[in-house]
Design a protein around this ligand. Sequence first.
Ligand code: NI
Length: 178
Amino acid sequence: MAIRKIAKMGHPVLQRVAEAVADPTASGIVHLIADMRETLEDIQGAGLAAPQVHESLRLVMFHVPALRNDEDEAAIPLTVLINPEIEILTDEMEMGWEGCLSVPGLRGLVPRYTHIRYSGVGPDDRLIEREATGFHARVVQHECDHLDGILYPQRMTDLSQLIFESEARHHIAPVEGE
Ligand code: NI
């Protein structure tokens, strides 16, 4: 295992549509997942997408600590999702502060759908299908956007709410990096 270098906003790997993973159980994918897990732990983020470690593949991982979940749901343990699909289940969007390991030092107020269903396969090639609300839904939308070359500033509707972390105390308490 190894901690991978994180690609930052402006790197072309973050701007392209990532390729589907042909075989989730291939040794290269197993290795990538182990490295991403170690990288995410090291950097203490909520989630990480493969393009952020310079691999243009449709693979994300994320977790949601219990306290982060607005809806008082159980914590979501670290989940690896390969070839994910999102279905939007509401018209309602909610603003929330986001950060991104690929946009270091900044925070932004981003609208996200409040209720989604997502599916994909896990590292064991088994189907994962869940509904998500609140912060859980936000994290999944943020991570899956990475697979389509989209970073959170591109989802913002008011760029006056793109701020430096060091000024975050003037605003709503921001979330930790995603
Ligand atoms: Ni991100």
